[in-house]
Design a protein around this ligand. Structure first.
Ligand code: BMP
Length: 258
């Protein structure tokens, strides 16, 4: 049975006419203020976004079964899917425990790192996702400056005996493993295009890296990104609601000219 995360995202996207995933990266020394600010941002921007991604900015100070669970409940009430940005990257038994905990807390999907491979690596995560009907999104080309040192390397692929770009191999694995999405930095539109050429519409591309990291929304969308992950441009704006709406509108405009 196919996992339902992709359709959950499509439904949310349709309902709100938005392809913006909010990176709820609220920073504050006081965990209580993080929780309050997070809730307030969600209330202000929820009509302009289609999902919420939560990273260690919240998971560490609030705790998965403490404040984070409250935020996940709020997101659920609003009908917004949630993604755990834990970049799972360990041996199989630990990965299984990571997935079980994030999904038990209420996340609809998690982000994992394909560098660890399948057997005794990511396989248990996909098994847990199947069992609990959640999603798995794979890092395929990250948005930061040193991304080429890992994702962009040319590597010897034992199966084919050829030298190939790492990110191309990861894109192919996302198809093979049945991933529900891939992360490709908006800062590298040519990589988005290359990966989109492999995946087509079967595995949606999620792109962080616009705004604060310098990526261009229009270029990312025209190159094949389906969802834009946006944090600081919304969170740190004087008016998060206005910022979320205007980014949503730029994405929708770009889609029309596609
Ligand atoms: P911002 O829009 O503030 O740059 O936030 C982007 C978010 O996406 C952060 O939570 C970051 O950790 C995450 N992210 C990223 O920026 N690049 C990647 O390649 C993968 C990510 O998860």
């Amino acid at each position: 049975m196919p996992r339902r995360f992709k359709s959950l995202m499509e439904e949310s996207e349709r309902k709100r006419d938005s392809r913006i995933v909010l990176a709820l990266d609220v920073v504050d020394e006081d965990p209580e203020r993080i929780l309050l600010k997070s809730m307030s941002i969600i209330d202000r921007v929820n009509e302009y976004i289609c999902a919420i991604k939560i990273n260690f900015h919240l998971i560490l100070p609030l705790g998965l079964f403490g404040g984070v669970r409250k935020i996940l409940e709020r997101a659920r009430e609003l009908g917004l899917p949630t993604i755990a940005d834990c970049k799972a990257n360990d041996i199989g038994s630990t990965n299984r425990l990571i997935a079980e905990n994030y999904f038990r807390a209420g996340f609809d999907a998690l982000i994992a790192n394909p560098f660890v491979g399948w057997e005794d690596g990511l396989q248990p995560i996909f098994e847990v996702a199947d069992k609990m009907e959640r999603g798995v999104i794979l890092l395929t080309y990250m948005s930061h400056k040193a991304s080429s040192e890992g994702y962009g390397q040319n590597v010897y692929e034992a199966i084919s005996g050829k030298i190939r770009p790492q990110y191309v191999i990861f894109a192919e694995k996302s198809l093979l493993w049945g991933a529900d999405g891939v992360i490709v930095g908006a800062t590298y539109p040519e990589r988005i295009r290359g990966i989109y050429n492999i995946l087509g519409d079967s595995v949606p591309i999620y792109s962080p890296g616009v705004g604060a990291q310098g990526g261009d929304i229009r270029m990312a969308v025209l190159s094949g990104s389906r969802y834009l992950i946006v944090g600081r441009s919304i969170i740190e704006a004087d008016d998060p609601s206005k910022s979320a709406r205007s980014i949503r509108d730029i994405v929708n405009e770009a889609r029309k000219s596609d």
